[in-house]
Design a binder for this molecule. Structure first.
Ligand SMILES: *Cc1c(COP(=O)(O)O)cnc(C)c1O
Length: 385
């Protein structure tokens, strides 16, 4: 074997030995709820399509019509020929929803965080990141060349202590957190984070990938905290909005700077017009169907109530198992009963906290939730006897 392939194989073998090797499982989504995998139909609790909008008739029709009219790809970066007018329309809608002056669309959430942070922070600056924040926030922080320090999860006192110790040695300072934590489903204390940031002249970035469309009537986690001032409100179009892409809502000056300097905007092809048309139609649903918007959280709460777990704060409910191999076995046992609940393992979550991660959507029925709770109960008894 050549040295490159030998390297890859040795890495794979080491991961396999720790139950950390990952394998793709070809999956066909049949609608917003059901998937087909390995020739079987499974009820999914692992899609982030919280409002089931990826398969909503109006959203699909808008995307299909845009493909018919404008074609499939966008052709170039926005600064060349990719700046389709639908992008500005979506940016205006998102800015209005978030109460900011402006917004900038990115190709994905990963591209947003790895574009925004290095645009605003550089080698003489400081970036403080919640230790459980999404991998792409950490990637963006490292890419910036700033000094990067993690603060304990949702621990505002720790953040304040770090600011007191390190802030004065740096020029600019950015504090980044998930609004809703993707693997735990809990919510950042955005009001207290924002107060501490104001005192220390630090810029707060909240990643609301899992809050937009499902919390505070669809406005997202920031709107749960009326006193919070969040100058950088990032989120994605790929979860509750049912499509693909991301946004950052901010002041007009910040957005103009992103559009002229963020490398993942300047040097990356613009999102396809059909994806943007779909997102506009999805926002129409979110703004006119409050019952649908409320259901993912209500469904998650029905599940946590059924199992006496702490009340869900978002549509995401983690069921902690511990070791990676056991989490995989639990997931496989649920799959044998017709449920898709994917096991989440390190390095996505800290070692020893492998888990089942259940994501609830608007279209799950009370019966679906009761049956899943029944199927999950034996694993809870094992972990908390
Ligand atoms: C999913 C997710 C992202 C990445 O977004 P993509 O559009 O999938 O690249 C970023 N941040 C958080 C918190 C996420 O959950």
């Amino acid at each position: 074997m050549d040295s490159l392939s030998a390297f890859a194989q040795a890495k794979l073998d080491a991961l396999e030995a720790q139950s950390l090797r990952r394998r793709l499982a070809p999956t066909r989504r049949l609608d917003g709820l059901w998937v087909e995998r390995g020739g079987r139909r499974l009820l999914s609790f692992s899609c982030n399509d919280y409002l089931n909008l990826s398969h909503h008739p109006a959203v699909k029709a808008a995307a299909a019509a845009a493909i018919e009219t404008y074609g499939v790809g966008s052709g170039a970066s926005r600064l060349v020929t990719g700046d389709h007018p639908l992008l500005a329309r979506l940016e205006a809608r998102l800015a209005r929803l978030k109460g900011t002056e402006a917004a900038c669309i990115f190709g994905s959430g990963y591209l947003a965080n790895t574009g925004v942070i290095p645009t605003l922070a550089g080698p003489s600056d400081l970036v403080l990141v919640d230790e459980l924040a999404h991998a792409c926030i950490w990637a963006g922080a490292k890419l910036s060349g700033a000094q990067v320090i993690g603060f304990r999860h949702n621990d505002v006192d720790h953040l304040e202590a770090l600011l007191a110790e390190h802030r004065s040695a740096h020029g600019r300072c950015l504090v980044a957190t998930d609004g809703v934590f993707s693997m735990d489903g809990d919510i950042a204390p955005l009001d207290r984070l924002s107060a501490v940031c104001l005192v220390h002249d630090a810029w707060l970035l909240s990643d609301d990938a899992h809050g937009i469309g499902v919390l505070a009537g669809g406005r997202g986690s920031g709107a749960l905290f009326p006193t919070a001032r969040i100058p950088l409100q990032m989120g994605t179009l790929s979860k509750a909005i049912g499509g693909y892409g991301a946004y950052v809502c901010a002041s007009a000056a910040v957005v103009d700077l992103l559009k002229t300097r963020a490398r993942t905007v300047v040097y990356s092809t613009a999102p396809p017009p059909a994806v943007i048309a779909g997102a506009l139609a999805a926002l129409d649903v979110i703004e006119t169907d409050p019952d649908r918007v409320a259901r993912p959280l209500a469904n998650a709460r029905a599940f946590t109530a059924a199992l006496n777990l702490p009340q869900a704060q978002s549509p995401i409910v983690p069921v902690l198992i511990g070791e990676a191999a056991e989490a995989l076995a639990a997931s496989q046992a649920l799959e044998a009963q017709g449920f898709l609940v994917v096991a989440i393992r390190p390095p996505t979550v800290p070692a020893g906290t492998a888990r089942l991660r259940a994501a609830f959507t608007a279209d799950h029925t009370p019966d679906d939730i009761a049956r899943l709770a029944q199927a999950v109960r034996p694993f809870l008894a094992k972990v908390h006897p």
